[in-house]
Design a protein around this ligand. Structure first.
Ligand code: DAH
Length: 346
């Protein structure tokens, strides 16, 4: 019996010495201290078997060994904890360290301008809306007063998506402008209505420094009681002054767009020469900026709005053009090139 107790003690000490992890520690602890099958429980059982006069001796011995093994385990646990905090020290990452290698990117200049415009219009109570880039022929042309025979279609050639025969599906096109969202918005929200629609548009163009097949526009629409051209001019002046951070002059010239009547080309006074004439404004003192006008009664009807009760203005500005002007970019194709030498300048 005595020998057996000694053996178990030695074995336990050896095994505790070898422990490397908390899982192993738990395993060894169970091996000796488990109430049912632990080695110490077995020894206690054996003590019960010995004759009464030897019981106190072996009982004391087993309790002593139990305590020794217990304190060896406690000591091991303390060592394991110390090791673990050492490892944590080793893995410590200094988050304040400035690592140039992983530079964060930034927003594309197009996105910067778009966000700026959205903020300006939001401050004037306009909603920001979105519309599909793959648009139906109906919303892109028909509902904007441009039926299939209309010559205005020639000025906006685009990419047509082939219909499946007998699919009964609408004819689809890559939208040529953001104007189709005008009718979608009227149908969804009715009058009164104030919204702007920033977005990507497409044209079947031979590309050069000032033409691309993909570019960006921002459409604007305001419908209410007694809306007039004066409201259009006021909103345009407010927007331009906010963008260029100075008072900006605007002028209207007649322009033809089938979905407005009357229609205008809206120009603003050249900020480079203050109207005296320079190469940017082609010596005119004015920069062509947006197509605009009073929403045509047919378009209001397509949108489900009564033209006898409501009137409105609409405009469509080329955000790509605006970015080019703001940053003096002389080739439109750079904007979609993904060339970092170009993009890192903004
Ligand atoms: N959608 C026209 C274009 O892409 C621009 C335009 C002109 C929009 C007049 C308008 C407008 O809302 O009233 O050429």
């Amino acid at each position: 019996m005595e020998l057996n107790i000694k053996k178990i003690k030695e074995q336990a000490f050896e095994e505790i010495e070898e422990i490397k992890s908390s899982e192993e520690w738990q395993e060894i602890r169970n091996k000796y201290f488990s109430r049912k099958s632990g080695e110490l429980a077995k020894l206690i059982k054996d003590v019960k078997e010995v004759s009464d006069d030897l019981k106190p001796k072996f009982g004391t011995l087993v309790n002593q060994v139990k305590e020794e093994i217990g304190s060896a385990l406690d000591q091991k646990w303390a060592e394991l904890e110390k090791d673990q905090s050492k490892n944590l020290d080793k893995d410590f990452i200094d988050v304040t360290l400035n690592i140039d290698k992983y530079k964060l990117g930034h927003l594309h200049p197009m996105t910067q301008i778009q966000t700026e415009l959205e903020d300006i219009f939001k401050s004037m109570g306009f909603m920001i809306l979105d519309g599909p880039e793959l648009e139906s022929d109906y919303y892109n042309f028909e509902a904007l007063n441009i039926p299939s025979w209309h010559p205005a279609r020639d000025a906006q050639d685009t990419f047509y998506v082939e219909e499946l025969p007998n699919s009964g599906k609408e004819k689809l096109v890559l939208r040529t402008h953001t104007s189709p969202v005008q009718v979608r918005a009227m149908q969804k929200y009715g009058a009164p209505l104030r919204c702007v629609v920033p977005g990507r548009v497409f044209r079947n163009e031979a590309t050069d420094a000032s033409h691309d097949h993909t570019f960006y526009q921002l459409e604007g629409l305001m419908i209410d009681k007694d809306i007039s051209i004066a409201n259009l001019v006021a909103v345009m002046k407010e927007m331009l002054s906010a963008i260029f951070k100075q008072e900006v002059k605007v002028r209207l010239r007649p322009g033809y767009f089938p979905f407005v009547e009357p229609g205008f080309e809206l120009d603003f006074g050249c900020l480079i020469c203050q109207g005296n004439g320079c190469s940017v404004c082609k010596q005119t003192g004015w920069i062509e900026f947006v197509g605009s006008g009073m929403v045509h009664p047919n378009v209001l009807k397509y949108g489900g709005i009564d033209p006898d009760k409501w009137s409105g203005f609409a405009f469509g500005l080329g955000t790509t053009r605006l970015v080019m002007m703001k940053y003096s970019i002389d080739d439109i194709r750079l904007l979609q090139s993904g060339d970092l030498r170009f993009l890192n300048q903004f």
